[in-house]
Write a protein that binds this ligand. Sequence first.
Ligand SMILES: Cc1cc2nc3c(=O)[nH]c(=O)nc-3n(C[C@H](O)[C@H](O)[C@H](O)COP(=O)(O)O)c2cc1C
Length: 147
Amino acid sequence: MRHDDSANTTDDPKLALVRQRRRVIRRTQLLSVRASRTLLESMIAADVIVLATPVYFFGKCAQLKTVIDRTVARYTAIANKEFYFIVTAAVGSKRPLERTIEGLRGFTSCLTGAKEKGIVYGTGAWEVGDILSRPAFEEAYEMGKSV
Ligand SMILES: Cc1cc2nc3c(=O)[nH]c(=O)nc-3n(C[C@H](O)[C@H](O)[C@H](O)COP(=O)(O)O)c2cc1C
């Protein structure tokens, strides 16, 4: 049985469109699987991991959540890492962001030997470019230098 739709010809434009969309979806899925494997291997090989996220309704963003969830197959191999957290949010104080940080700890608490080394609270970042004038910008730079 052939799995390559491109070999199939049809005069029906609707059917051709459905087949073309299927091919695009398959290719996208393949790329996504490859990308997540590469990322997971990088996390396993790393000494230091930075979990960075914008704060959305006081939680982490969906993209970071997906990365975390995709580690499930080999998360036990992400052992003895140093972790840094960076969050950005519109709110002007750190305290409300603790629940986001706790959400990140939900992941690191499942990892063997994870050490939390630092947190940057990027508060007061609502408009594009706001973060450039906030202390968090310099703090993140200094934190990176100290690793
Ligand atoms: C959907 C959405 C939800 C947000 N929720 C919060 C929030 O709960 N608390 C907060 O302080 N800022 C919130 N913000 C502001 C963002 O955290 C902030 O602007 C961040 O810097 C955006 O980063 P981004 O440009 O990478 O999305 C929200 C922004 C969006 C778009």
